[in-house]
Design a protein around this ligand. Sequence first.
Ligand SMILES: CC(C)(COP(=O)(O)OP(=O)(O)OC[C@H]1O[C@@H](n2cnc3c(N)ncnc32)[C@H](O)[C@@H]1OP(=O)(O)O)[C@@H](O)C(=O)NCCC(=O)NCCS
Length: 204
Amino acid sequence: MTLHIDRMTEVEIGDRVHFSPFVYVGCPPLFVKGATARWKDHPNIVRIGDDTKVGSFATIYRDAFIGKNCLIGTGAIIREGVRIGDNCVIGAGVEVSYEVEIGNDVKVMSLSHVTGRSKIGDGSFVGVKVTMSNDRHINLDDYRFPDKDVRGPQIGKKVMVGSGANLVAGITIGDGALIGSGALVTKDVPAGARAMSKAAVATW
Ligand SMILES: CC(C)(COP(=O)(O)OP(=O)(O)OC[C@H]1O[C@@H](n2cnc3c(N)ncnc32)[C@H](O)[C@@H]1OP(=O)(O)O)[C@@H](O)C(=O)NCCC(=O)NCCS
């Protein structure tokens, strides 16, 4: 078994698209109580542009559109309603959650979590193991947030996000900003600014 395409999925796959073994295309969303994305909002269609390569064990949900010349790394998860532009790299083990918009020439490095309803502008770079959230509540069973308020970080163009940064729900990061590795970002960052958390201090 190599490529599994959900039998109900309408796929539009470009020229020279490469699938490594064990890729799942058209995975239906699985919902729990309190989940935000809605099954009915997502038609059962997947589009993948010319020259894109998809690594082993990647899972691409229904209603995901991936542009041309992208690399989707080993074990990456591309959820329903995701739009990815051209020339992007989505690293190994990255989850791009529901209804995320990613521009052109974007790189998201291994094991990062791009939360639902976030946005990453053209030419931006997200380092390894970056965490993002889209809701300031913690427990789905205690879900009180109105749907409209669930919003991941809105990241501008040519933004650099250092490895291990943590971006909380709803913040905006302006074009060309730099987020230091390990930063905990709770407020908007203006265009061109730098945001860093306190570095560890060695004591003895
Ligand atoms: C933020 C960053 C760009 C700063 O680089 P820089 O300007 O060369 O900074 P320096 O190394 O000269 O350090 C300057 C000061 O900032 C501090 N600093 C550097 N990086 C920091 C960080 N991420 N968080 C907090 N403080 C940091 C240094 O400790 C130093 O403090 P001091 O003046 O008290 O001694 C860089 O450290 C960084 O975080 N880059 C991201 C790298 C990364 O994650 N790449 C992705 C790989 S997948």
